[in-house]
Design a protein around this ligand. Structure first.
Ligand code: CP
Ligand code: NVA
Length: 304
């Protein structure tokens, strides 16, 4: 059975520690111009059913840097786009490939693919989670000198895929996670239940962004309208107005707090331009770290 990364819960605490260490090494080596052949002669497929800039490009570069070749597949160019089953697609393309990276809608789709795949499957975002993003983000927090089991991490915004993966990570790594969402936009209840039953982090859900931001060490946000929810844009723009990371909210956090966003950002909605570009922001480091963490993940799941 191949080892898949379809959910954040597929990672253990020791996996995270190893990923942070390897991502730091890959980052150093990239800057020094050192090349790798960890995945030499491998062919890795990427099926993306939603748009992507960072995840797609960083994984493609990571694959090239590790000596493997990458096949980017748009589902509308595949028989999958005309109704061929996920099971058949998985059985067949996994007989050609050494690993598959998938971005799709329902979590069931990637789970179904993984069930029938003979090679590792990596989740590059679903409606339910974004584990590779959260691994890169946690690495960024560690890189900033913060200890994950000592910080207050405040997420302000929609209870979406990003926050679901943070909830899983909080339970695995013992993070004190505060989540502020409008009523009715809380994170996935099954993910919360699983995290609360299995883990050792503390997860507080509130409807007041100030409560979450008070004395926070990390302030994190994401778009109010995720991919696939475009019809809800106008409604959400109204409801989420108080859930913006701006100077006033930032003032409530610790003086050395960092501000994070997985991007793409809608400046003036979930975050102001001043804060995004300001001295507390590590948002562009986060984006860069997707490359280094992508390599660490590929090595862990495809080489070991
Ligand atoms: N953060 C992130 O996943 O960005 P993309 O949608 O551009 O891949
Ligand atoms: N929550 C966002 C994240 C994008 C990286 C979305 O799913 O569109």
């Amino acid at each position: 059975m191949p080892k898949h990364l379809v959910s954040i819960f597929d990672l253990s605490k020791s996996n995270f520690k190893k990923l942070f260490k390897r991502a730091a090494q890959f980052k150093k080596e990239k800057k020094a111009g050192k090349s790798h052949n960890a995945l030499k002669n491998q062919s890795i497929g990427m099926i993306f059913e939603k748009l992507s800039t960072r995840t797609r490009v960083s994984f493609e570069v990571a694959i090239n840097d590790l000596g493997a070749s990458c096949l980017y597949m748009n589902p509308s160019d595949m028989q999958l786009g005309r109704g061929e089953s996920i099971a058949d697609t998985a059985k067949i393309i996994s007989s050609y490939l050494d690993g598959v990276i998938i971005r799709t809608y329902e979590q069931d789709r990637i789970e179904e693919f993984a069930k029938h795949s003979t090679v590792p499957v990596i989740n590059a975002l679903t409606d339910l989670g974004h584990p590779t993003q959260i691994a890169a983000d946690l690495f960024t927090i560690v890189e900033q000198g913060k200890k994950l089991d000592k910080i207050k991490l405040a997420y302000v915004g929609d209870g979406n895929n990003i926050v679901n993966s943070f909830i899983g990570a909080a339970s695995i790594l013992g993070i004190n996670l505060w989540i502020a969402t409008p009523k009715g936009y809380e994170p996935d209840s099954n993910v919360l239940k699983k995290a609360r039953e299995s883990g050792n982090g503390s997860i507080e859900i509130v409807n007041d962004p100030k409560k979450a931001a008070e004395n926070a060490d990390v302030l994190y946000t994401d778009v109010w309208v995720s991919m696939g929810q475009e019809k809800e844009t106008r409604k959400k723009q109204k409801i989420f107005k108080p859930f913006q990371i701006n100077d006033n909210l930032l003032k409530l956090a610790n003086p050395d707090a960092i501000v994070m966003h997985c991007l793409p950002a809608h400046k003036g909605e979930e975050i102001t331009e001043e804060v995004l570009e300001g001295p507390h922001s590590v948002i562009y480091d986060q984006a860069e770290n997707k490359l280094h963490m992508g390599k660490a993940i590929l090595e862990m799941f495809l080489k070991e």
